[in-house]
Ligand binder design. Structure first.
Ligand code: BMA
Length: 376
């Protein structure tokens, strides 16, 4: 009888959501859909195996082409699609039909479904305009973050923008009418000062408030339950630096950062040393906080080094634990001064090395991701 009571009590205890939360088996949204919870649990185990290779806007366009059904620069080079697809919502807040990089939101929805149905993972960023001035994300104005928090003059406007992204997230449906899970990385690069939400443009306290407010609004008010939340800095110097604007473990599922070679990190050795050091801190924090580590954006614009993928990037990444790494977009020719791509296209100098990188056991592309059944 005693034993029976004991078993009954344990079962009762196990069924309490509190137990799962305490064990970190549930994401920041304890009411997340089952596909989202499975993705969360599978991503947590993933670094033991390897990392998903991702590419921004991969299915929409590449170098020298746009909107050719079934095409992808990654596929042209490797015969396989990425395992992770990045998309961007900037300008959805203005009710525009296309985003700031000219991707129509309707097409984006179809591409998201296409990648998901193949077993791939979706991550979304949002370069939302400055709500105080109406200018772009890159045009900071003192007081912007304070103005959109509760009590601020632009809070109602910000809420109306959140309503629009909530509708978009809730419109992402798979073939069984289930919601498609998305890794949302609001306020990315939040320790740099180039966006209105970042660095010296607000205080760490304001940033934490805004992050929590945004999660809570989407999750608790709009009932969006297909999101995992990524805390996403830019390059950083130390653990303390990384955590300065961290909203707290209960608000975050994934911890990551963005890092690029070129511009201010020119030499391979310097990039490797910094990537190694910061990934080492991330490994430690992911363990300590029981979070999913990720390289939320990376790249070397124009890929001028033909062996960069194996000698530089994989050389360092293979020593660390990340669940995924997202390469930035292949927009190609933009102006004589700007030619932008971060994965090789067919015939590009680093393409053979990228195929070698593809062949590494730790790099996971679409076929491997599909086999992993990340939503079950
Ligand atoms: C930047 C560049 C821009 C683009 C922006 C938002 O890094 O790629 O061309 O508009 O991201 O996607």
């Amino acid at each position: 009888m005693l034993l029976f009571r004991h078993l009954l009590c344990s079962a009762f205890f196990l069924f309490e959501a509190g137990y799962f939360e305490a064990q970190n088996l549930l994401p920041a949204d304890s009411r997340a859909t089952s596909e989202t919870v499975h993705l969360f649990q599978n991503l947590k185990k993933l670094p033991e195996k390897g990392f998903l290779f991702g590419h921004q806007d991969d299915l929409a366009y590449g170098v020298g082409w746009k909107y050719e059904p079934g095409r992808s620069d990654v596929h042209d080079v490797t015969g396989d699609f990425p395992a992770l697809y990045g998309w961007e919502l900037g300008r959805i807040e203005l009710d525009q039909p296309v985003n700031l990089d000219s991707v129509p939101f309707d097409r984006m929805r179809e591409f998201i479904r296409e990648g998901y149905e193949r077993g791939g993972v979706i991550t979304i960023s949002w370069h939302l305009n400055n709500p105080l001035t109406g200018k772009t994300a890159w045009q900071p104005e003192p007081g912007t973050v304070a103005s959109i928090l509760p009590g601020g003059q632009k809070n109602a406007l910000y809420r109306s923008w959140l309503d629009k992204i909530a509708s978009f997230f809730l419109s992402l449906k798979g073939s069984k009418n289930e919601l498609i899970p998305v890794i949302f990385r609001p306020f990315h690069e939040l320790n740099g000062s180039w966006f209105w939400w970042g660095g010296k443009n607000c205080t760490p306290v304001e940033m934490k408030q805004l992050y929590r407010y945004t999660v809570s609004y989407l999750r608790d008010l709009k009932n969006v339950h297909n999101l995992l939340y990524a805390y996403n800095t830019d390059r950083f110097a130390s653990k303390e630096d990384y955590l300065e604007r961290y909203p707290g473990d209960e608000w975050v599922d994934i911890i990551g950062f963005d890092i690029y070679q070129g511009n201010n990190i020119k030499k391979n050795e310097d990039f490797m040393a910094e990537l190694d050091k910061t990934l080492h801190i991330l490994d430690f924090l992911a363990q300590e906080k029981n979070k999913i580590p990720a390289l939320t954006e990376f790249g070397y614009n124009g890929l001028p080094d033909s062996s960069w993928w194996t000698n530089v990037f994989f050389n360092i990444l293979s020593k660390h634990q990340v669940a995924y790494a997202l390469a930035w977009r292949n927009s190609g020719y933009q102006s004589p001064a700007q030619y932008e791509f971060y994965v090789p296209y067919k015939g590009q100098g680093s393409a053979p090395d990228f195929v070698k990188f593809y062949g590494e056991a730790q790099t996971l592309f679409q076929k491997e991701a599909t086999a992993l059944k990340l939503y079950r």
